[in-house]
Design a protein. Structure first.
Length: 133
């Protein structure tokens, strides 16, 4: 996975996904800015690193405007077709409180994580939880 492509097969849907492996695993997309001032606005992916089975982001600033539904989500390998993680509709994120993660490819729908402030996002794929710390 250092370069090239990753091919995955989802036995539930029968779908084969070919993804560019520039992003090595889960990452964040959305209304986000990092410490260097890079602003994503859904056009790129902020990569996460795997630490003891938990995917962890760098410290980021989340720019949700308080009214829209455009917060942020997690995607796999920078590709929505490989993995699209959000939360259940109506979830109100709070720092330090784990939220149930919802995989759109499995559940059929999910919602953006509408959060304003700074923090580190942790995604536990085993427990299917997302926490902002």
């Amino acid at each position: 996975k250092d370069s090239g492509f990753d091919v995955t097969f989802n036995p539930e849907t029968g779908k084969v996904t070919i993804a560019d492996c520039a992003i090595q695993g889960w990452g964040l997309k959305g209304n986000i800015k990092n410490a260097e001032g890079n602003d994503d606005q859904w056009s790129s992916t902020f990569p996460m690193t795997l630490q003891d089975g938990i995917w962890v982001s760098e410290e980021l600033e989340f720019l949700w405007d308080g009214t829209s539904t455009w917060g942020f989500k997690l995607c796999l390998y920078g590709n929505w077709d490989a993995g699209d993680i959000g939360v259940a509709s109506g979830t109100t994120p709070q720092k330090g409180v784990a939220m149930t993660a919802v995989d759109k490819l499995v559940e059929g729908s999910n919602s953006n994580i509408n959060f304003n402030g700074t923090g580190v996002v942790k995604f536990d794929p085993t427990a299917m939880t997302i926490t902002i710390e």
